[in-house]
Design a protein around this ligand. Structure first.
Ligand code: ZN
Ligand code: ZN
Length: 153
């Protein structure tokens, strides 16, 4: 599951799993799924909300929140929590994976080099734990922030 799927297949997967749970896909929800399936920026709920509102201005924040909750429950979105900052979401890749995080502008990108399908098995063997998820992020300054003058945001 280290491969990035294309936006259309991710959209189809997310839609199917929600429909499978009896969730009605309203046009607003469909728009949100479409954004999540195609966004590589790991958007926050307020960013997602703003983007859906460009098309459907009456969309409530609650609609975005509860759709994300449903997607989380069926393992169709990856949630990243940060202390002191908003949660961020990856709908393109719902399985845990490694990220690089910019501490200055909060940009987040996938960092794939360290993914290994055998990692869970070897950690389970060593520790006796039943591993169901993992989290590994690298923090630093993105290329844009390295060239920007200090304090000039
Ligand atoms: Zn940055
Ligand atoms: Zn990601």
């Amino acid at each position: 599951m280290t491969q990035t799927m294309d936006a259309q297949s991710r959209y189809d997967e997310m839609t199917e799993s929600l429909v499978g749970r009896g969730v009605f896909i309203t046009p607003k929800r469909a728009k949100l799924l479409e954004i999540l399936a195609g966004a590589d920026s790991h958007p926050s709920v307020s960013e997602l909300h703003a983007q859906v509102q460009l098309r459907y201005p009456s969309t409530s924040l609650a609609t975005v929140y509860n759709t994300i909750e449903l997607l989380k429950e069926c393992g169709q979105v990856l949630e990243m929590e940060f202390s002191g900052a908003a949660n961020r979401y990856d709908g393109r890749r719902a399985a845990p994976h490694t990220h690089v995080v910019c501490l200055e502008c909060e940009r987040i990108e996938d960092a794939d080099e360290l993914e290994s399908d055998g990692a869970y098995a070897s950690i389970e063997e060593r520790t006796g734990y039943d591993i169901t998820s993992h989290r590994l992020d690298y923090f630093g300054a993105c290329p844009g922030c390295q060239t920007r003058e200090p304090g000039a945001h």
